[in-house]
Design a protein around this ligand. Structure first.
Ligand code: GTP
Ligand code: MG
Length: 230
């Protein structure tokens, strides 16, 4: 560190200790540690998103179509992080986050067709710096409410200035149709405080099954058209 920079750091530290109580300084330190950790989760999101974009580009070159429609991401909000840590019975502290939670960084990949989901997942998992920690296939085994999606927890090394660190990210991969159902079901579920809960759940499940059949029909139509072109 050059002299001028170290002087600046010292000055900031001095001002801090002058203006803040010990308790304030503790709180500030925890806040900075938290922000630093969130920066690392942003980094792993960028890394995995880039991997997905490259796969999509390459696939569209070789197969002349894009398997991925959209990629979105989110970092879990502090309040949700705290609630989940409490639910799991661990201290609500920055140190607990990395060791307890797999879904602080989340990426959602929306694919065109069902088989694209597995193609994208496979292309990602087989990369030699990607470690598969957990896979939940809610397409082969839909949840009882009808929810379908492929969930992966991946661990990827992220390179920082002095070291590399394995960071975890949850990747949810689903079709446009599955995503349509999941986002509307989410809205309906949260608004539903009626006595008709069971009937509504039953109808939602029926919608999910119709959507799943439609997904497969669309895939069959695509295959038919490809065959005709060959
Ligand atoms: P948590 O991560 O603590 O919720 O438990 P889990 O790890 O067992 O959850 P899972 O991996 O099954 O699902 C986590 C995420 O998938 C949720 O945060 C949602 O984004 C999505 N998800 C799971 N089930 C449903 C569902 O029934 N409806 C909708 N709309 N989304 C769901
Ligand atoms: Mg989860």
């Amino acid at each position: 560190m050059d002299v001028e920079k170290s002087f600046r750091v010292e000055k900031t530290e001095l001002m801090r200790s002058f203006l803040l109580t010990d308790q304030d300084q503790d709180a500030l330190q925890r806040l900075e540690e938290f922000n630093h950790l969130m920066m690392k989760y942003h980094a792993v999101i960028r890394e995995v998103t880039t991997k997905l974009e490259i796969l999509n580009d390459e696939f569209s070159h070789s197969k002349r179509r894009n398997p991925i429609e959209t990629i979105s991401f989110r970092i879990k909000k502090p309040i949700s992080i705290a609630q989940k840590l409490r639910r799991k019975g661990v201290p609500v502290a920055v140190d607990s986050i990395m060791s307890t939670l797999n879904d602080v960084a989340g990426i959602r990949v929306i694919c065109s067709f069902v088989d694209d989901i597995y193609a994208v997942a496979e292309m990602l998992i087989q990369q030699d710096d990607v470690r598969l920690i957990e896979k939940k296939d809610y397409i082969q085994n839909p949840k009882s409410n009808g929810y379908r999606s492929l969930h992966l927890v991946l661990e990827v090394p992220v390179f920082f200035s002095t070291h590399k660190e394995p960071m975890r990210v949850e990747v949810q991969i689903r079709t446009v149709a599955m995503d349509f159902w999941a986002s509307l079901e989410h809205q309906i579920r949260y608004k539903n405080h009626t006595a008709e809960t069971r009937r509504i759940a039953g109808e939602l499940k029926e919608c999910a099954d119709v959507i799943a059949q439609t997904d497969l029909r669309m895939q069959a139509l695509r295959d038919e058209v490809i065959k005709q072109q060959e």
